[in-house]
Design a protein around this ligand. Structure first.
Ligand code: ADP
Length: 145
């Protein structure tokens, strides 16, 4: 039913994504869907942050994050499943929405914190922004604190 499924991965909380990946795997196995895993590195595009890093350090950090995503994928995915793994830099919600549009993703599965309105206001919510702006279906998996 869904041809392309995206699970955005926050590498600070990898275990949080496991339930989302299990559901995505069902789409892969039962319906032959393509699985995409995307990690967004916030910060480097911010000129204040970028001023503290040389281009070499920056490239090294992005490579390390890409390796971390690959290691994570190898750990949680069955050997026969080969997801598309991508690392981008920028604002997580905006980058995820752009990725959905450009790759014509049909379903996004995201774990979401169960935050109070005030926490959401103070911390921002990637999942809420993606759900609001994505043109495709979005499945939010709520996790209690
Ligand atoms: P919430 O949106 O529930 O308040 P978060 O903002 O921490 O909580 O993010 C929830 C989900 O958003 C994560 O499980 C992940 O799918 C996605 N996400 C958050 N940050 C990133 C990131 N840097 N790269 C990719 N996905 C992210």
């Amino acid at each position: 039913m869904f041809k392309k499924v995206l699970v955005p991965i926050d590498l600070n909380e990898p275990a949080f994504a496991e339930q989302a990946l299990l559901l995505a795997l069902r789409e892969v196995k039962d319906n032959g869907a393509e699985l995409h895993m995307l990690t967004v590195v916030p910060g480097f595009t911010n000129s204040f942050v970028a001023a503290y890093f040389s281009e070499k350090d920056h490239n090294k950090a992005v490579k390390e994050i890409a390796q971390k995503l690959q290691d994570y994928s190898h750990k949680v995915m069955p050997a026969e499943v080969h997801p598309t793994l991508r690392v981008y830099e920028g604002s997580p919600a905006e980058t995820i929405v752009n990725y959905i549009d450009s790759k014509e993703i049909n379903l996004v599965i995201m774990p979401a914190h169960h935050r109070s309105k005030i926490d959401e206001f103070l911390l921002g919510s990637v999942s809420a922004r993606v759900a609001e702006r994505a043109k495709c279906s979005v499945l939010l998996l709520k996790k209690n604190k």
